[in-house]
Design a protein around this ligand. Structure first.
Ligand SMILES: *Cc1c(COP(=O)(O)O)cnc(C)c1O
Length: 246
């Protein structure tokens, strides 16, 4: 059913990683981008800590997780490794304390209320958190994120929070087989970033693109692609399961 096979050995895992990295390099070469500008972020949601450790041994230092409690279990199991844990999914404000404790980067900030709570907790532990604002570029009800027209206002309001360092924008493309519609989502995010940069030059990064659409995302300027299944194999459940509120 799925095109993504689960690697059965470290060698197969390494093959998958090299294949993806090569696809990244090819797209970059074709459009004249430096592949070093595109960070391949492995997404390890639903996978056990052992799998994360294998990927670590193959060279990755940053891992993307969708849910903070799941990430916490792996963080605790792998404390002996200098891993950067990156939360890429929606965060409920009652779980902000975990983020303050061990998350190194957050890609799904989408409300002023959440920003305020995060800032408060982070101040207590004297940490500064790099964050991306999640933007809903597809206009689908099922997706989190602010509307494109609201992003600048949220960023302005967040200037009062010294523990949050906004470094980019993040989006999930529309759930569609039509590459034109998918591309339109990534273009929306890039144009929005360009506009925001006029006021906030440090907001540069674009976290966009996953297993099925990272090549289009790179063409449209992605600096951080979040890839799970193409590296680690297909997941059993549809994405909406992981993206819904729990
Ligand atoms: C799971 C997930 C990804 C990766 O999706 P794949 O299909 O496994 O590449 C990217 N971004 C977010 C927010 C996710 O939850």
């Amino acid at each position: 059913m799925s095109q993504y096979d689960t690697p059965n050995s470290i060698a197969e895992l390494q093959e998958n990683i090299e294949e993806i990295q090569q696809q990244v390099d090819v797209v970059c070469q074709r459009i004249g981008r430096n592949p070093a500008e595109v960070r391949l972020l492995p997404v390890t949601k639903t996978l056990p800590a052992e799998r994360v450790e294998q990927a670590y041994q193959l060279g990755f230092r940053c891992f993307g997780e969708n849910k903070v409690l799941e990430a916490k279990g792996k963080y605790e199991a792998l404390q002996h490794l200098p891993i950067h844990w990156i939360l890429i999914g929606h965060l409920q404000s009652n779980k902000v304390k975990y983020v303050a404790k061990f998350i190194d980067e957050f890609h799904a900030l989408d409300s002023i209320k959440l920003a305020e709570k995060l800032d408060h907790r982070l101040a207590q532990v004297q940490r500064i958190l790099p964050v991306f604002i999640q933007v809903n570029t597809s206009n689908e009800q099922s997706k989190f994120g602010v509307k494109p027209a609201q992003a600048l206002a949220l960023i302005e309001q967040c200037q009062q929070f010294p523990q949050l360092k906004i470094i980019g924008l993040m989006t999930l493309a529309i759930h569609s087989q039509d590459p034109v519609e998918v591309r339109r989502c990534f273009q929306t995010l890039r144009l929005l970033r360009d506009e925001i940069q006029k006021t906030y030059p440090d907001i540069q990064r674009l976290s966009m693109g996953m297993s099925g659409d990272f090549e289009i995302a790179i063409e449209e300027g992605a600096t951080d692609i979040r890839v799970g299944q193409a590296i680690f194999g297909a997941r059993d459940l549809p994405d909406n399961y992981y993206w819904s509120e729990q």
